[in-house]
Design a protein around this ligand. Structure first.
Ligand code: ASP
Length: 440
């Protein structure tokens, strides 16, 4: 058995957190490969090292400020961790190199990646593990796209030589050696890539929360945490705003069918949330697995007599959207009506879109409705249960919330409702109460 363990920034924010992390790793021999983030916040108003690095780079490379002065708070942060852990390690040569590269304008990605790199060197030293620079093992194409095949092969062959290693998260290199990062939170993705390359049995993702919450804790007070969720359910929920895991992080492990366990560094004995390829029917306590939502959508609403029998109607609209480069979220249709739901910013970027729709589709009526929110109620348990939609609608209707759109995927994994943005928080609360509180 082998496990890949990824620790987020708050799990490695200071020496005390490093000690917890080392205890976790040492308590299980199967935890062989470790992917660290850069030090995160130690307290609410603290600044993440990644953000410090972006700001420092900007000040040095773009504003020409003194590189040593700008970099000092960052080196102090790392030196503090080294001293508190009682290590004899010195990163002075690394700091020199980084400062020099900042002056030479090595790029924002290079700058941001140094947080993971330096933290990885410290963690490897503390654990007595090999440090593998991600620039030598994780690759992007010259266009900056992640090169999955090359990375998989290189990681597999490098890690074969080491029973244990630390591989910093968040970055890799292009063919010319320049550094490229994933999007923010991308260490989750690195962990997933490493897990796939070594064919791990489990990818543990350690963070500072007990697992994946059933609904956003900023909206629902003390929500329950999910015990088991499938990749597909999580994908639906992440797309609609769940943020425990980077939204792409499930893809590498999904192809290899490796489960992910979200765990809490501050409460390692708790079981956390298991993200699994599939789960047997009846394996969840509630009919629904999670509720998520997003604001800021618009609907282009069309009406046309006998739309239903007009061949090519939808095709003309989809071709137009394709040509304009507009991505739609949903297209619910009625007999003679159709709504195109798009992100409001995206619509604003194409001010002529409605006119163009009129030209290609010649509707009897067209209007745009703004300030919409979408809420996804997701659950593998819905498939075998009748009345889930009724309960959602009942909850919303009791709360006097008007439903503007309904969409149920044919997989019966989720039901999406469109409502006015002003009702967003209330809607999530009442749906949560209906399914979770009332089911006990
Ligand atoms: N340190 C990076 C960030 O703050 C990547 C990560 O933590 O996953 O986004």
């Amino acid at each position: 058995m082998s496990k890949v363990v990824k620790f987020g920034g708050s799990s490695l924010a200071d020496a005390n957190q490093f000690r917890k992390v080392a205890d976790i790793i040492r308590s299980d021999k199967e935890r062989r490969y470790v992917v660290p983030s850069a030090p995160g916040k130690r307290y609410k108003d603290d600044i993440k090292v990644t953000d410090m690095l972006y700001a420092c780079y900007d000040a040095v490379a773009n504003e020409g400020k003194n590189a040593y002065n700008q970099f000092a708070p960052i080196s102090e942060r790392f030196n503090g961790i080294i001293a508190d852990l009682g290590l004899t390690l010195s990163l002075d040569d690394e700091y020199e190199k980084i400062i020099d590269n900042f002056r030479k304008k090595a790029g924002k990605d290079y700058a941001a990646s140094r947080g993971e790199c330096l933290n990885g060197i410290i963690l490897a030293n503390y654990l007595g593990y090999e440090f593998i620079d991600a620039a030598k093992a994780i690759f992007f194409t010259s266009k900056g796209e992640f090169d999955a095949e090359l990375t998989d092969a290189s990681l597999a062959s490098i890690l074969e030589g080491y029973p244990n290693a630390v591989i910093p998260g968040f970055y890799g290199a292009r063919p010319d050696g320049t550094i490229k990062t994933f999007s923010r939170g991308g260490s989750d993705f690195t962990g997933s890539v490493v897990a796939r390359a070594i064919k791990a049995d489990l990818y543990e993702n350690w963070t500072d929360v007990p697992g994946v919450a059933l609904a956003d804790p900023r909206i629902v007070e003390n929500p329950k945490f999910i015990d088991v969720i499938t990749y597909r359910e999580l994908r639906e929920l992440s797309y609609m705003g769940f943020s425990v895991l980077h939204q792409d992080a499930i893809f590498p492990v999904r192809t290899a069918q490796i489960p992910i366990n979200i765990k809490n560094t501050n409460d390692p004995a708790a079981k956390g949330t298991m993200i699994v390829p599939s789960a047997p029917e009846g394996s969840n306590e509630h009919i629904i697995t999670g509720i998520a939502g997003k604001k800021h959508f618009s609907a282009v609403c069309l009406e046309k007599d006998e739309m239903n029998s007009e061949i090519g109607f939808l095709r003309r609209i989809l071709t137009l959207m394709d040509n304009e480069g507009i991505c739609f979220e949903h297209i619910p249709t009625g007999i003679d009506t159709m709504n195109i739901v798009v992100n409001s910013d995206e619509l604003a970027e194409h001010p002529n879109f409605v006119e163009r729709v009129k030209q290609v589709a010649n509707p009897n009526h067209i209007e745009v409705e703004n300030d919409l929110a979408l809420i996804a109620v997701v659950g593998r348990g819905m498939k075998s249960k009748k009345g889930t939609a009724t309960r959602i609608f009942a909850a919303l209707s009791h709360a006097n919330i008007n439903i503007k759109m309904i969409d149920q995927g044919s997989s019966e994994l989720n039901i999406i409702v469109g409502i006015h943005e002003a009702d967003f928080e209330k809607a999530i609360k009442v749906i949560y109460d209906m399914f979770i509180l009332s089911e006990g």
